[in-house]
Ligand binder design. Structure first.
Ligand SMILES: [Mg+2]
Length: 182
């Protein structure tokens, strides 16, 4: 039986364009040290103005991460693969319907070999059993045989030693994922 593999979407498959949209709106670069995981913290008091300006397509013209297409395609043959992604937008729940639509459209366009039954939207990824998990948030790496933390702006502080205590290994890119899983 194939092992069950979970792959997160945001900051793992693609960086989207949320960062660029916010930077254009505020007219300056985001300071990740100040925002932490939630980039919308950079909006300050203009949060509502930003989210209410129209449909928010966080994936418009966003590329996949380097090598993601080829490697996910191979992983899809070897493993029982699922893309598992949250669709909750902190501070802007009224945008979630659009967000979900844009997520699905992006995955269908960029990873056409992934079937709809392989896409799961939830913020509670621990409810589902996976043998292997790839995510940029350690919150979603609490159980499994192989736990890979995808390097991202908000997780750089976590040391190798700390991650080792949780049986988590950091990967810098998709090539490193391939080296471990293919
Ligand atoms: Mg993510």
């Amino acid at each position: 039986m194939k092992k069950r593999l979970m792959i997160d979407m945001d900051d793992v498959i693609t960086d989207g364009n949320f960062k660029e949209q916010i930077e254009e709106f505020i007219g300056s670069k985001i300071d990740f040290k100040k925002t932490g995981y939630y980039l919308q913290n950079a909006l300050g008091s203009r949060k509502e103005e930003f989210f209410k300006k129209g449909q928010l397509d966080m994936y418009k013209d966003a590329p996949l991460k380097d090598d993601a297409f080829e490697i996910i395609k191979k992983l899809n043959e070897k493993y029982d693969l699922y893309i598992v992604s949250s669709f909750i937008i902190k501070d802007a729940h009224y945008q979630e319907g659009n967000h979900l639509k844009f997520k699905i459209e992006y995955l269908q366009k960029k990873l056409p070999f992934i079937e709809s039954k392989q896409i799961i939207f939830t913020d509670n990824k621990e409810l589902i059993d996976f043998d292997i998990r790839i995510d940029d948030s350690i919150r979603h790496l609490s159980k499994g045989e192989i736990l890979l933390l995808f390097d991202a702006y908000h997780n750089k502080e976590l040391s190798k030693e700390y991650l080792a205590t949780k049986n988590i290994k950091r990967v810098m890119n998709w090539q490193e994922v391939a080296n471990i899983l293919l």
